[in-house]
Design a protein around this ligand. Sequence first.
Ligand code: NAP
Length: 310
Amino acid sequence: MTVNILFAAREERWSQYEGPLRQALENAGVNARLATDIPAAEVDYIVYAPNSDLQDFTPYVRAKAVLNLWAGVEEITPNKTLKIPLARMVDPGLTQAMTEWVTGHVLRYHLGMDLDICRKDPVWQPRTVPIAAERQVVILGLGALGTAAATALVQLGFKVTGWSRSAKAVDGVDCLHGPDGLEAALKRASILVTLLPDTPATNDILNAESFALMPRGAFIINPGRGPLIDDGALIAALDSGQVAHATLDVFRVEPLPREHPFWAHPGVTVTPHIAAETRADTASAVVAENIRRGEAGETFLHLVDRARGY
Ligand code: NAP
């Protein structure tokens, strides 16, 4: 039987994904009609990016699932026309990219690399560079990405604390959860990494109170989502020295508006939402596996709990 798979993402993605997806579907034993223009009533699965033109799912009466190409789902969970299962992307390639990005930025702060790279004057000024075992890194969010980043940092020798909604066990990581856990985590966060999803419960989770709980001179790395941070509170914490520096990859409005104070602030590094992209090869295998599962009557991987928002 042929399975009709609609690819609903921006045009440039089709050229990236068409080959890898066809190959992955063949590898998974799925006999597929894969296209960008299948009539709505004939579609069995929708491979989806939230910035595609498709926003009304009502006409897709026989579709069995929406398979998101992005890890973040905040732009699709509020869509009331979507009534079928939604799977988010957990892509080994993206996870590897995020692990490398987080590790690199943690090491930048940990080693004080800016002190050397940004030096303009010819002053020979030795200092003792710390080792990882002396540094407490805290990761908010212990999902696919937070767990991978935490594990890599543990392997480098850092003291790592992770925080999540439910209780977790990750080798070498001090896992905390719930509101008390958050307070305890923030208090020890010399370097804080946020890998939480954007949901009503995580909005502004880093605010004036949370910055005040952190050790003075802490560093923030946010590759999660912009709304996790109260922007004004972060600027105030940077100006007072409570937060020493922040590296921000994601923002409430993207692209970050030219007039936003983050651009000019000496305590902020802005990166343009580049921490980790879905990779066509590895992500296609995940999509194909989910379609195979759907056809075999098995549970989909990485299902989103729409009420929870992630
Ligand atoms: P995930 O597997 O769904 O993990 C989310 C983690 O956050 C889980 O540990 C979850 O706790 C925790 N969490 C959610 N709500 C919480 C709350 N209210 N209180 C405490 N913990 C909470 O997601 P992921 O794949 O790791 O991705 C995380 C986020 O990274 C994505 O949502 C996306 O926004 C962002 N991202 C950014 C980029 C980039 O390029 N910048 C790329 C990909 C993803 P439980 O484990 O208890 O459920």
